[in-house]
Design a protein around this ligand. Structure first.
Ligand SMILES: Cc1cc2nc3c(=O)[nH]c(=O)nc-3n(C[C@H](O)[C@H](O)[C@H](O)COP(=O)(O)OP(=O)(O)OC[C@H]3O[C@@H](n4cnc5c(N)ncnc54)[C@H](O)[C@@H]3O)c2cc1C
Length: 462
């Protein structure tokens, strides 16, 4: 085994883990139930951006892969050291370098948990809207690296929309700042945006400048139940067509509802429900109330379809229930394979119908939920991990689903990234020259191919 004395000198011996055992969390992320695992030769936990730069410099000089790691909540194997190398865990970069409520901005280091950024904003009367489901575990650097979304991305945009500047370590180990606090900046190519969503394959993010917004005074949520998937999908088109800008428009199909009904915090799920929407509107109290009334009018226009409308007193309980979908559905058969895809909204109904057919043809139970206002579906098959044939069948369902998504003009990766699990598929979605540019950009940032190798590949390695 190679000596990592120099790495220990950079980060301190207590922050270096030599050859962690296979069971170490640093060899996994949230895909561990699907058997995605890596084998890090070392894990480092640098305590400053300068230490991150020195670690990347060491890895580049020693031709060693470097795998940036945030909270490890990724759903595509992005933080897993599949090709070995050094895992660079950002968890000690936890400082808030600046919080300026009157200027609506915050400057956290990469390892600050997402939930902490949200809370700091809230405590100062402000809003940081990106709300991916595992926000107490995920880190702001990981959110930027995956360009994470969540329910409120519908009105307020995904994480990248909130980033005005980044500090990152680029190969071969240089600390670089792009963007800043300027509210307008077209001074060069948009390198900041290239780093956003790059999943650790172009650089290691060490700090993030985020804009904030004044928090809306009020948010009102409704849960609307439908007797068919078609009626629910029609309502998802009717609501924006009526000029209502929802802050969230989430859907659950009938199967998902049945798995989650026991924990539903607002009463009883109607027994005839085959589809549900969680619809939230926000603004000043008067605006939110006016939008609520408008919503009820639109839904009344489809009264034969909306079989019940619930108005929860406790919106937080509703969103906690929503955050629990992933875990609750996983528990039904012990594991699940969930593909995060996006359909153009007008093709969502067709996409959901055909996904259910594909899963049934492969003998698997399926369900789907997601950020419906954006056509973003978490298309899920339930599997028993003790039956290996089911994982193969789930993968076959995934392949047919990706072909369907592309044929309907959608995207094979909506908000969870490409990582390891979805590598090599860009050619099915992009024109050849654009795919070639994608690869050239990777080479320009990372000529030795050491930054998170094997991840976010545009085409499969030959
Ligand atoms: C229960 C659950 C619900 C979820 N809900 C959502 C959701 O609603 N919306 C959504 O978008 N996602 C969701 N996710 C996925 C996941 O939480 C997001 O992808 C999140 O942004 C990952 O952040 P992380 O800090 O855990 O990153 P990790 O999993 O550690 O890493 C993810 C990727 O980012 C890279 N990376 C991490 N930190 C850095 C850094 N500082 N610099 C460079 N690269 C870095 C890694 O190399 C890897 O490629 C959910 C996951 C779970 C488990």
């Amino acid at each position: 085994m190679r000596s990592h004395r120099e790495l220990a000198r950079i980060v301190g011996a207590e922050h270096l883990l030599d050859a962690p055992p296979p069971s170490s969390p640093y060899n996994h992320d949230a895909t561990h139930r699907h058997g995605v695992e890596g084998r890090a030769e070392a894990v480092v936990r640098p305590g400053s951006a300068e230490e991150v730069a020195a670690v990347v410099g060491w890895c580049y000089a020693h031709d060693t892969p470097i795998v940036p790691r945030g909270g490890g909540t990724g759903l595509t194997g992005g933080a897993v050291p599949i090709e070995g190398g050094v895992v660079c865990a950002l968890e000690r970069l936890r400082a808030i370098r600046e919080l300026e409520p009157s200027l609506w901005r915050i400057h956290p280091e990469a390892g600050v948990p997402t939930g902490h950024v949200q809370r700091l904003a809230r405590e100062n009367g402000l809003l940081f809207a990106p709300d991916p489901g595992a926000s107490e575990q995920s880190q702001i650097g990981g959110n930027v690296a995956t360009n994470a979304g969540g329910p409120h991305a519908l009105k307020y945009g995904v994480t990248g929309a909130w980033v005005t500047g980044l500090e990152a370590v680029l190969a071969p180990g240089e600390l670089v700042r792009v963007g800043g606090w300027a509210r307008k900046d077209v001074s060069g190519y948009d390198i900041k945006s290239l780093l956003i969503g790059s999943e650790g394959t172009l650089g290691v993010i060490t700090a993030v400048r985020l804009r904030l917004l004044p928090a809306p005074e009020a948010a009102i949520a409704l849960i609307v139940f439908f007797d068919t998937r078609a009626h629910g999908c029609a309502a998802m088109l009717d609501i924006p067509a009526a000029g209502i800008q929802c802050s969230a428009l989430e859907f659950l199909d009938g199967e998902t509802l049945r798995h989650l009904a026991g924990a539903y915090p607002v009463g009883q799920v109607p027994s005839a429900a085959e589809f549900a929407l969680i619809v939230e509107v926000d603004g000043t109290r008067a605006e939110a109330e006016a939008q609520r009334r408008a919503l009820l009018e639109v839904l009344a226009g489809t009264t034969d379809a909306a079989i019940a409308i619930h108005e929860p007193q406790d919106t937080n309980a509703l969103w906690r229930w929503r955050d629990g979908f992933n875990g609750a559905v996983t528990a039904v058969r012990g594991a699940k394979v969930s593909e995060d895809v996006a359909f153009p909204v007008e093709h969502l109904a067709e996409g959901l119908d055909r996904f259910a057919e594909i899963a049934a043809q492969h003998g698997l139970r399926s369900c789907a939920w997601g950020h419906g206002g954006e056509g973003n579906v978490h298309a899920t098959v339930l599997i028993d991990p003790r039956r290996p044939g089911e994982l193969d069948a789930a993968q076959a369902v995934g392949e047919e689903l990706f072909a369907l998504v592309v044929s309907l003009g959608g995207s094979i990766a909506a908000e969870h990234g490409i990582g390891w699990s979805k590598r090599g598929r860009l050619g099915s979605q992009w024109d050849a020259r654009a795919v070639e540019l994608h690869e050239q950009i990777k080479r320009a940032f990372d000529p030795k191919g050491l930054l998170n190798p094997g991840k976010k590949l545009a085409v499969s390695p030959r």
